[in-house]
Design a protein around this ligand. Structure first.
Ligand SMILES: [Zn+2]
Length: 420
């Protein structure tokens, strides 16, 4: 998941957080089943310390890419282009926050396989497998976490394992679908959807009738309320009925219309391909070294992966999947703000204030006496519910102004005067 507060350009999640509709329908079963042990095996390997957090361009990324290639090879799939499953690409990252001009070159590796059913239509099923490494690219949400391994079990060994399982199911089942499937495991996602952009550039040249893209990013933390967010439902008029029809009985869906979001489906939506995006939500370990394999809800992930299997089957049988542009466009940006408090926000999807995971020395929050662990509820009169309303509140403030900032500390409300 690409949700870095500095680079955030995603409005869709704003709407996503506001929408919470519950739908119920009959469970559809498929004879082939996702194997929970396989999911576990993949996630424990990908999120092990041996892979050092799978930073794009690192040795750990190469180890992961080799593992994924070997899995695709075992299934008898064919490479997307050339003789290898690995697709190389390059981009630059700006590593110095005080220097906007100098960028460092990064070499990434997508791993892409095709199940060629000799059909005239193609569906892409994807997930990113890269993560934050030792925080070399500064995308961590934990203060002072440089050098710590960010294992990225939920983000996104979970989605990667789901794609591997789906590749296994579709290539080993007896029925031959009248659609080809491309299984795409992206790198460079955490630096701004780089790998998926690379594939989206050539997809319509190589597979002109690419009718759909399904993306899974962070599908391993199905919570006790069984909430699953499905994004992209506005990208085709057929989708909202379809996702409800195949919904597993135990799951509560939150639907989001937008084709633009904080992950790789965006790259395909921007090429006029309808998309779906599955996501079990942010949590306390989001982009921290503690996003580990033992915190994954494997049974929940199995249910979601089976759901995607049924959706991918149903989409392959559709006569036509018309593309519609969604209301939120890529050019609309998150509120711009010039000031900051100097804190590390918590990304958990609560509605009663934003947790403060870290306070940076000598910055406005620290100077005013705000502490790590405080829950931010108001900036001036502006209410902070979570990270998005936090940014909205900041956008209304100019440098040099002073505002009372309200936090909850041990359940008690405290107000600090902050000079921005
Ligand atoms: Zn991420």
């Amino acid at each position: 998941m690409f949700l870095s507060i500095n680079k955030l350009k995603l409005v869709s999640t704003l709407s996503l957080l506001g929408i919470s509709a519950l739908y119920y329908s009959q469970e559809k079963t498929n004879p082939e089943q996702v194997n929970e042990d396989n999911l576990k095996k993949h996630i424990y390997f990908l999120a092990s310390d041996e892979l050092q957090g799978r930073l794009t361009g690192s040795e750990g990324e190469t180890k992961a890419a080799n593992y994924l290639s070997a899995e695709f090879k075992k299934l008898g799939l064919k490479p997307y282009e050339g003789k290898e499953f690995i697709q190389n690409f390059e981009y630059g990252v700006k590593l110095n926050p005080h220097d906007d001009k100098t960028s460092t070159a990064v070499k990434g590796k997508n791993v892409i396989a095709v199940l060629d059913n000799k059909a005239d239509k193609t569906i892409v099923i994807g997930a990113h497998y890269d993560h934050l490494g030792l925080n070399e690219h500064h995308n961590s949400t934990l203060a002072n976490s440089d050098g710590q391994i960010h294992n990225g079990a939920d983000d996104n060994a979970s989605g990667t394992a789901a794609v591997l399982e789906l590749a296994r199911l579709f290539s080993q089942n007896k029925t031959k679908e009248n659609v080809n499937y491309i299984f795409a495991l992206f790198s460079g996602e955490e630096d701004g959807l780089m790998g998926s952009k690379k594939l989206a550039e050539t997809i319509k040249t190589n597979y002109p009738n690419t009718i759909f893209m399904i993306n899974m990013d962070m599908v391993g933390r199905l919570n006790k309320d069984n909430n699953l967010t499905v994004g992209g439902v506005g990208t085709s008029p057929i989708l909202s009925d379809l996702v409800k029809k195949y919904k597993p009985e135990s799951i509560n869906l939150s639907l989001d219309e937008s084709g633009v979001g904080p992950s790789d489906h965006t790259s395909f939506y921007l090429k006029d391909i309808p998309v779906l995006f599955l996501f079990t939500g942010t949590h306390n370990d989001y982009h921290k070294p503690t996003d580990d394999a033992d915190k994954i809800n494997y049974t929940g992930q199995k249910i979601i992966t089976n759901y995607v299997f049924n959706l991918a089957n149903a989409l392959g049988n559709e006569k036509e999947i018309p593309f519609t542009k969604t209301a939120v466009t890529a050019t609309k940006a998150v509120p711009k703000y010039k000031v900051s408090l100097g804190i590390m926000p918590n990304y958990a999807d609560t509605k009663d204030g934003m947790g403060i995971d870290g306070v940076i020395d000598n910055r406005p929050a620290a100077n005013a006496g705000i502490l790590q662990g405080d829950i931010l509820t108001k900036i001036g009169k502006c209410e902070v519910k979570e990270v998005y309303s936090y940014m909205d509140c900041l956008s209304k403030i100019k440098a040099g102004e002073e505002h009372p900032v309200t936090v909850k500390r041990n359940g008690e409300e405290k107000v600090f005067n902050v000079k921005f």
